[in-house]
Design a binder for this molecule. Sequence first.
Ligand code: GLU
Length: 510
Amino acid sequence: MNQNLRVRFAPSPTGPLHIGGLRTALFNYLFAKKNGGTFILRIEDTDQTRFVTGAEDYIQEALEWCGLIPDEGPRQGGGFGPYRQSERKNKYKKYALQLLGTGDAYYGFDTPEELDALRQEHESRGETFVYDARVRESLKNSLTMDKQEVDQLISSGTPYVIRFRFEPGTEIHMDDMVRGEVIVNSSTLDDKILFKSDGMPTYHLANVVDDNLMAISHVIRGEEWLPSLPLHVALYRAFGWEHLMPRFAHLPLILKPTGKGKLSKRDGEKGGFPVFPLEWHDPVSGAISPGYREEGYLPQACINLLALLGWNPGTEQEIFSLDELVDEFQLEKVGKSGSRFDPEKSLWFNHQHIQLMEESELIKAFQSVLLSSGVETTKGRIAVLVPIIKPRINFIHEIWDESWFFFHAPDAYDPEVIKKWWKEDTPQKMELLSAALEKCETLTPESVETLVKGTITENEWGMGAIMNVWRLLLVGAAKGPGLFDLAAFLGREEVIDRMAKGIKQIEDNR
Ligand code: GLU
């Protein structure tokens, strides 16, 4: 246990968690568990205007589905709570006031209308308006007004914000565990709002204050927060917390399947793959966005595929359980450049993890799929079926499609296969094969194979043609697993019945 290593996943409940967010949670979890640290969930819900009903529950459920259970969080509690910023709202103002005291922040009284007008005026000149050292001296704030006037405005209830005051022309040096040293000149930064006129802190203030109050040692988050880093570092310095500053790691973007630009919800809609862990029902529009869980992905596959978006173990190994990821994970092996999301590869991961499922679990899964299709059979029979079918599926829900003909004779026979393989002498050959099978007491995959191959050789038939029509009679189409396995599963009577039924039906329709 490393009590000093504390990381947090700090989502804002503004909608469903994107898989990029889930990957951030995963990397935080892996880093914490690998190093014996603490994984914290903090809900950053200070922006009331962006609050979305159900989003927090969604986040918690998604983490639980993946097994990324926080050590501390709104549901778990912990010694540094509360873990929802809306429940901490009284904590922040004092820090904004502290910065006013040290001269690192100032009051702004400019109304939204005034700022809008300035924005438009700049735009009409082809410029962008930024509230920074160049313009602040000419605007309505406590840097340009005398103290009496400021006090009077505040006591009369005039709305105000509190802004951070960047000293222009200084280099801010930052250290990122993924990117190395990052240097930004403060002249390029605007005086961000720390405290809003509605009495709530902004993301920046609440985030830095809480990271400090919660003794966070490492901040691991998406690359989109890198532009906020200079302000956050400047805040630590202004608060006198530089020695307590966490180490930062900004994770690379997850890119579209084309490799160009950040993976978005629209990419998922276009490509027919989910970008959310769980299905999301939009509380306002009622629109439903697909989720990995509902599409039939196993959580362990989801975790595995996300882990390899941005991190690599430095070996050829691609399949990992969560425990193996914990053992192998190193933040140093997270790359700088974005990782392309590959929907095909996601299927492959699910396929691989199905192969790794415990036999008893697979039997249960098969049993429930079969039952819902009206097939009642024994566990013993299912245990025979599992190894035959599992290599053929990417999803549990594909079981029935791949196995219905183990339980029902086909009603129809693929005309394409008939056209290609059914010849004048096919019925006669199939009858001979059927007669040979009749002599076989018990069918096992091996005994059927010996018998069928023997009959083919003896009669000097072509292997391909026979196997194709035999399959047609047993399955109705050119699909399915090995015929020797199928025939052994069906048993002698059923095989012979299917052959007779198929021969008759095909001949009758010719
Ligand atoms: N609330 C921010 C988000 O939604 C947190 C960013 C951070 O981790 O600092 O991602």
